[in-house]
Design a protein around this ligand. Sequence first.
Ligand code: TXA
Ligand code: MG
Length: 318
Amino acid sequence: MTAAPPLLAADAAGIARAAALLRAGRLVAFPTETVYGLGARADDDRAVAAIFEAKRRPAFNPLIVHLAEADAARTLCRFDAMAERLAGAFWPGPLTLVLPLRTGSPVSKLATAGLASLAVRVPASPVAHALIAAAGVPVAAPSANPSGRVSPTTAAHVAAGLGHRVAAILDGGACDVGVESTILACLDGQPRLLRAGGLPAEALEAALGRPLDAPDLGQAQPVAPGQLVSHYAPRGAVRLDAESARPGEMLLGFGPVAGAALNLSPVGDLREAAANLFAHLHALDAMGAERIAVSPIPRTGLGRAINDRLQRAAAPRP
Ligand code: TXA
Ligand code: MG
């Protein structure tokens, strides 16, 4: 048995301690506005390898590198005019840009899975910002859950899933947005949406002045290797677009539906639903739900990311 990791308060002392652990090459779970991340310094092969080991994450699935400022990202990869416009409009915030990696970048090849591109993001969460700034190094961080399972939106979720595998968990309370960042590749002048997420695609389309293709769920050769069809899965089986629960099912409601075990947003608010999504899936796990039926959820705005995560949760498991 390993002792439970220290839960650090997100005050000056906790942030300083977490930053020192990161600098020393240890794993630290920390809050962002989207979900909790499992952080390691991105320029240290052994630290990055520990992320893959802790999550049991396939090594072909590259990581997002988190920076305190856009300038730090500019030292690691090349921004074209479009990437500059998007970073200016949406950073700090729940947008990840996949950009050409600069030669000589200190980022570990394990973090990029050997690709010539790098995923970078500047989180808006003040705790994440303070931690990364104090660490003074780029921080690679996937969501802090065992690979394939539901992402964590509280320190307690992290402790339950990966608690014995991290040096510390920085507790910043519940995440505001609740679904992962939107991922956009800007590699050849052609923007490509790789993952719907916390920044609605409509906002990107407005900034770019053009529509984006929807990311392809379960394409044979995933553009983002992490876009595995089965992901974000609770223990129970999931059925989508359910008008009501069948015998043996627990209903995860949206809007004013009757008989829901839990409701993502009784008033039908997508922002509230996104913030509740993973916490409710964790809670259904804890309630021992074997079959989960989910009310229909509109496929606009944050509803795109919510439906994307639920479709993966409902997909056949490997
Ligand atoms: O909100 C978020 O993005 C959270 C927080 C912690 O920042 N992080 C997160 O990381 O969701 P993760 O590892 O669960 O998802 C990262 C995704 C994966 O699907 C991965 O394949 C993709 O980013 N990715 C990373 N680098 C890439 C690259 N160079 N090209 C294409 N996709 C990439
Ligand atoms: Mg993840």
